[in-house]
Ligand binder design. Structure first.
Ligand code: URA
Length: 434
């Protein structure tokens, strides 16, 4: 079998046989197939897509590239949550502690920043000392003790996804339904889950721009889960404007802290509560979804979710005081305000442009080996629908290095549209699949 022939056949839109996909994934994971050939193959998949059979085989190969974590010694139903990628999307860090404090067991395996979207692992690592590379034994022990642990792909867990994920990020091959579906499902299934709640983002700041594509992605992931006997539920949610006000790793940890203390933005709080409720319900902590919503709300109001997050940070080597004393988090050294050119209503805040601006000042990666600057990002001062005065502050850009700031500021300015009339209200949760 020759890699170049498989790239050619996929480029021409042919379906590859299971052994051919296995050859590609195994060869790449072992380092025998070089990045440039895998990049070409990924680009061919972006253009030509994959059949259901190909996606299932790809997911299984990625899953088989590492160990399957056996959590059978941890009592309870294991339920996780994953987003397909958004801007300012820190719901995992709110929903998971809420669900865990209600009794759900949450083995959370997360990704890094991808394209213009943020990654849960990078956000967690903005907390000084926080380790996300727990061994499998440590992961299991922490779940027994706290019901919640955060890890990423390692050499042990879904290593193929780890390598493909960073390659896709640097080769403009992120926006593909089969590649996103297999990436998410392979790492989720590797940690022995029983159920998954998916947040499938749609809109300017999402990889899926149209609801019909988001629905296909949700259905594809639900199908992969079903074939492996897992319960999967997907919410399709709006990602036209950033979620909450904060975009950038340490800035988002600050907003998570405020939200877990019931002082967060309305949209972020609402979506996090709904995701937590669905995790609690799928985790069979309550009989009905309605009861689960009440439980999630009570865990927010009585501070249990907040305390749970602190305990988990401490258990993973981080300093939990960062949630009360933001000066202990990495802080930016420079700040630029962006002003409204006229009075009116904010009708658009393009989440993709805000995400790209954050990457330009260091919150994300341009190439797979780039490091992240945890301190930088954007804080919105307004949300869509709000009234602004001419010269009013629309947002603040936080940076530590001057290079990239000019271009980032232009992107941020372009992201805002100010109209004479208030825009139509948009639903945050658009659809439920599964
Ligand atoms: N999240 C993932 O884990 N993988 C993707 O491909 C996109 C979002």
């Amino acid at each position: 079998m020759r890699t170049v022939d498989l790239i050619y056949r996929k480029r021409e839109g042919e379906e590859l046989a299971p052994e051919e996909i296995t050859y590609l994934v195994e060869g790449y994971t072992r380092g025998e197939i070089p990045d440039y050939q895998m990049s070409a193959f990924l680009m061919a998949v972006c253009w030509q897509g994959m059949t259901e059979r190909e996606v299932s085989v790809l997911t299984e190969c990625m899953l088989a590239s590492g160990e399957r974590v056996d959590l059978s010694s941890v009592p309870g139903i294991k339920v996780d949550k994953h987003s397909t990628g958004g801007v300012g999307d820190k719901t995992s860090l709110i929903a998971a502690p809420l669900a865990a404090s209600a009794g759900a067991v949450v083995p959370m395996i997360s990704g890094r920043a991808l394209g213009h979207t943020g990654g849960t692992l990078d956000k967690l690592e903005a907390i000084p000392g926080m380790r996300t590379n727990l061994s499998i034994a440590e992961f299991g022990e922490q779940l027994q003790k706290l019901n919640l642990a955060f890890i990423g792909q390692t050499a042990e867990v879904a290593p193929a996804d780890g390598r493909l994920y960073s390659l896709r990020d640097a080769t403009a091959t992120v926006e593909s339904i089969p590649l996103i579906a297999s990436s998410i499902m392979s790492k989720k299934l590797a940690v022995g889950l029983d159920a998954i709640v998916l947040d499938v983002k749609v809109g300017a700041g999402a990889f899926m721009k149209r609801q019909i594509d988001a629905r296909r992605l949700a259905q594809m992931m639900a199908g992969i889960g079903r074939r492996m006997d897992k319960r999967v539920q997907a919410l399709i949610t709006d990602m036209n404007q950033p979620l909450g006000f904060a975009v950038g790793n340490a800035l988002e940890i600050m907003e998570v802290s405020q939200t877990l203390q019931n002082a967060g933005p309305v949209d972020l709080t609402r979506l996090s509560l709904e995701l937590a409720a669905r995790m609690i319900h799928l985790g069979k902590i309550t009989e009905t979804l309605e009861e689960a919503r009440e439980v999630a709300q009570s865990k927010l109001l009585d501070g249990s979710g907040y305390r749970k997050f602190k305990d988990v940070i401490a258990a993973q080597g981080g300093n939990p005081q960062v949630l009360d004393r933001f000066e202990l988090l990495p802080n930016a050294t420079g700040m630029r305000e962006i002003y409204s050119p006229r009075a009116g209503y904010v009708s658009v805040i393009d989440a993709a442009l805000i995400g790209q601006a954050s990457v330009m000042i260091g919150a994300g990666r341009d190439t797979k080996d780039d490091s992240i600057d945890p301190a930088v990002g954007v804080i919105l001062e307004v949300k869509v629908g709000q009234k602004v005065d001419a010269g009013g502050v629309l947002c603040r850009l936080y940076y530590t290095r001057e290079d990239g700031v000019e271009e980032a500021a232009e992107h941020v300015e372009d992201a805002f549209r100010i109209s004479a009339q208030p825009p139509e209200e948009r639903e945050l949760i658009l659809e439920v699949v599964g």
